[in-house]
Design a protein around this ligand. Structure first.
Ligand code: ADP
Ligand code: MG
Length: 343
């Protein structure tokens, strides 16, 4: 039989272990250096510039700006991991691998896997290997440049996701001239990671806006739904064509008016047809996707734009918890059946 002293010692040890575990858990979810406010209307917000775009954060239930700083640090880290142009990033290493296998981070591998999924789902409309085309158009540094037919055809010979092989965290591009561009999905993925961080810190209400990838945390502080404006194509950012009321969802728009230039009376924008390498022209101005994950929404908004209204709508309707708004170039609005329409 155990002596009562031993039993007491055992109980004390169990209690102590439990206490230490609880402390460990709390320190991971709510580090003491961040303070949540007992006032749900307390709020901090700020604007930053990452991934070549304006990002905005609004957090409710806290007055602690260090939470925002932590989110900006996270974005900075993702920028150095996923940028196509920054030397040493995972994407840069893949694109300079000369056909050799490369080790990449878990995040980059997850993003590539998700990109493969949307390539399959969209029948190749969403294709991160459009990079040889995007390099020719060079919207970021040299807008106005229209590549010739031969240049595009030559680049097209190195486009196609079949060139990319991923096993665990090892990626191989079997064509040294092939390359990837995560611009159609990375911002959504990063928005999801920022939300994860904030929810882990106890934030229950807030809004993350990564250059048009909008991700809501919970509801507004008063429990009301968020009212998200969908921008009128080519108008001022503040000019909205309609609004959508949501909670805890992602709202992502891909549109011709986000990055474009005009030449010879034609509009050239940055969403490219993987077949031809030219900007997609199908009578659409934009596609907005509602979904839980912003990475899904980002890939889908680009994919549906390339697919066009009919095929894009069919894809959206085949997916659970996903709704879409297509805006045509006559400014008419086309909603998927479950879309929470205004009014
Ligand atoms: P935004 O950056 O305005 O949010 P999108 O999410 O619509 O735009 O993505 C457009 C970006 O995706 C382009 O700038 C390019 O980097 C990349 N891209 C262009 N065409 C495709 C395509 N067919 N499939 C996947 N990515 C693409
Ligand atoms: Mg996208």
């Amino acid at each position: 039989m155990l002596s009562s002293k031993k039993v007491r010692f055992g109980i004390a040890l169990i209690l102590l272990t439990g206490f230490v575990c609880l402390l460990g858990f709390l320190s991971r979810t709510l580090p003491a250096r961040f303070s949540l406010s007992s006032d749900p209307y307390a709020s901090v917000s700020d604007i930053g510039f990452y991934f070549d775009t304006v990002v905005e954060l609004q957090l409710n239930g806290t007055g602690d700006h260090r939470l925002i700083d932590e989110c900006f640090d996270l974005m900075k880290n993702y920028e150095s991991l996923l940028s196509r142009t920054r030397e040493g990033s995972d994407v840069w290493k893949i694109n300079h691998s000369s056909g050799e296998p490369i080790e990449i981070s878990d995040d980059t591998a997850a993003l590539i896997r998700l990109s493969q999924k949307y390539y399959e789902l969209s029948g190749g409309a969403f294709d991160i290997t459009v990079a040889p085309y995007t390099a020719l158009w060079d919207f970021q540094n040299n807008p106005g440049n229209v590549p010739g037919d031969e240049e595009l055809a030559a680049a097209g010979r190195h486009v196609g996701l079949a060139h990319l092989h991923l096993a665990g965290n090892t990626v191989t591009l079997d064509d040294p001239a092939a390359a990837i561009d995560l611009g159609g999905i990375a911002k959504g993925y990063i928005a999801d990671r920022v939300k994860e961080l904030l929810v882990g810190r106890g934030i229950r209400s807030g809004c993350i806006n990564l250059g048009g990838n909008l991700l809501a945390i919970g509801t507004k502080p008063d429990g009301e739904l968020w009212n998200i404006g969908i921008r009128r194509p080519f108008a001022e950012v503040s000019d909205v064509i309609t609004t959508v009321r949501i909670d805890d969802l992602s709202v992502v728009t891909s549109g011709v008016y986000e990055r474009y230039f005009e030449a010879d009376g034609m509009l050239f924008h940055h969403i490219l047809d993987p077949e031809s390498g030219r900007p997609v022209r199908n009578g659409l101005y934009s596609v907005t996707i509602l979904s839980e994950s912003s990475a899904d929404g980002d890939a889908l908004s680009t994919a549906c734009f390339v697919l066009g209204r009919e095929d894009g709508m069919r894809l959206v309707e085949s997916l659970e918890n996903t709704e879409a708004l297509f805006i045509s170039d006559d400014l008419s609005l086309h909603y998927s059946p479950g879309f929470p329409q205004a009014g």
